[in-house]
Design a protein around this ligand. Sequence first.
Ligand code: HEC
Ligand code: HEC
Length: 259
Amino acid sequence: MKYTKYVASAAGLLGLGALLVACSPAEPKLESGYDFATPETQAMQDDDFSNPGFMWVDIGAEEWATVDGEAGKSCESCHGDLSTMKGVTTSYPKYNADDKKMRALQHQINNCRTEQMKAKAWKWESDQMLGMSAIIKNQSKGMPLNVSIKGEAAPFYEKGKEFYFQRRGTLDMACKHCHIDYPGVKIRAEVLSNGLPNGFPTYRLKWQKLGSLHRRFRGCNSNIRAEPYERGSEEYTNLELFLTHRANGVAVESPSVRK
Ligand code: HEC
Ligand code: HEC
């Protein structure tokens, strides 16, 4: 957004409007929620030391090396250094043939815990799960999202898409009505963004803690007085697939900071 404004004003100044049109890229990329945030919030995210999300990243780092469960293993025993996770999350949610459905990163982490470690699954919104998903996603920071909706993933994408455009709740609104129709417009104290998933888990100043994407879905559903679904449910995982595909090409920011 800032770049576009800068270019527009510079072009106006030099009278190069026509040239600019000729040179501008065909597809305007969707913008991260970061671009709609205040400079103060952006500054908090920019500096790993002032970003409160890193308190959970530290929890994730500790868990990565912690032996748990009957198999006597840690994540590290099998996967080695955390850096082996670089790039992994850009393709999640991913179709899994055993489950015959999509796995969000959290499902994959819990699958490794229960099947590989013989340890207990973590709750979706627990500090351990938030921390582990934050540190794994942080390995891909700056890399573009790149989920596939081909082959086996296609029907799940269609379901997620249907959810996104479906009116619901007593306000009878769809996700689209805010995040496609009105990005940049102020709603109460907040500026609407494209509503993308690239910063999650996100430290929200309102929550005073890190929170998952599915927690955000629940909040957006409740705001229009619609019944929220469970975190990790198929409905929200398919919605995450649709949304992540919509954001393909946008860089991972996890853990981001938002109002
Ligand atoms: C006993 C070995 C073992 C342990 C311990 C283990 N994993 Fe895994 N993990 C695997 C194997 C094998 C796969 C690939 C096959 C599969 O999908 O199950 C995998 C896959 C993954 C993937 C997906 C990689 C991709 O490219 O899609 C992630 C993420 C992951 N593990 C995270 C973890 C985390 C976090 C822990 C600790 C909580 C952990 N694993 C513990 C063996 C292990
Ligand atoms: C009544 C308007 C409204 C509707 C409808 C709505 N949201 Fe939101 N949503 C917001 C507001 C306000 C925010 C906070 C500011 C922002 O990032 O847009 C937000 C934030 C988000 C974010 C976080 C973006 C970020 O960068 O952190 C995601 C993701 C999101 N919404 C997804 C959805 C989905 C999916 C739906 C449909 C289930 C939905 N929203 C429906 C108003 C809405």
